[in-house]
Design a binder for this molecule. Sequence first.
Ligand code: F6P
Length: 353
Amino acid sequence: MHVGILTGGGDCPGLNAVIRAVTLALANEAGARVTGIERGFLGLLTRQARPLDANAVQGLLAQGGTVLGTHNRCDPFHYFGAQGADCSGDALAYVGHLGLDALVAIGGDGTMAIAQRFSALGLPVVGVPKTIDNDLWHTDRSFGFDSAVAVVAEALDRLETTARSHGRVMITETMGRYAGWIALEGGMAGAADVILLPELPVDVEAVAEHCRRRERTAGHTLICIAEGARLQDGALTVREVVADSPDPLRLGGVGQQLQQLLAARLTSEVRNTLLGHVQRGGSPTPFDRVLATRFGYHAAQLVRGGRFGRMVTLQGDAIASVPLDEVAGRTRNVPPDHALIDAARGIGVMLGT
Ligand code: F6P
């Protein structure tokens, strides 16, 4: 058996741990050959690949990023390198040239959508969900999320001491795209006083009033805002548009907007910290190392069992899988009645109104 593996979309901590687990499980349990495709689906078009074995994946468990490289714009069905032409046939020709019996695609919703289209054309594909945003359907957790939450929590811990010293309002903007999972869990882990999410309305006047109350009592306020949160005009704050990307909008800047709006309403100084890609870098947490290893192992089992066109999931504490077409194109948002939202409200965290 000869299996290809690629990582697509934005990187995140734990990708290397999956590559390692898939390679070791297939080599140990099936004597399979494994080939790494470089830079996501782009490598299938540029014909860049290299062999992976136990030696090649040694030391990868704790390493951030992806040793295979990745690409967040390459969709072979709409290839930016050929004026948007459908080059999926070229990709399949390279799969044939390599003699791959299966392909493991590790990525977010864009990667799963492409994997699904290849699967529909008959390519034996297994998907593994990655994203720090934790917004993929049918999986309670994607690896990378826990590592991102740890970064947010540490940042809030650090910002709290300087906020307290100066009596300031400190805003921290997190990633997460259209979902508020990172801000919610990171904010709770870092004891934010205000948490603002895309899923809940934000009334800037009410946030300012909350800060004023804290000016009089605690003296300082920690605000954790998701990049997808919408302020009074209800619009998303777009940082840039990446043409040809399966998801062209890049969000960012809402923390700075909030800083301006609050500064005009408060006597305290207001500062903003944009955490940005720091949340995606570095070594995965132990939780993510274990989850990524369980995902990789399960992907290898699906390949060995010939169960293609499926994505690995975590449901409760059980690793399972669902058909790829049930995942593609859907975002898993924070439900407004989520237990952690109730807990936040219950302990007095302000959630926007
Ligand atoms: O989907 C992961 C993510 O990190 C989002 O949280 C963020 O909005 C986006 O990717 C950033 O993308 P890029 O790396 O292209 O700026």
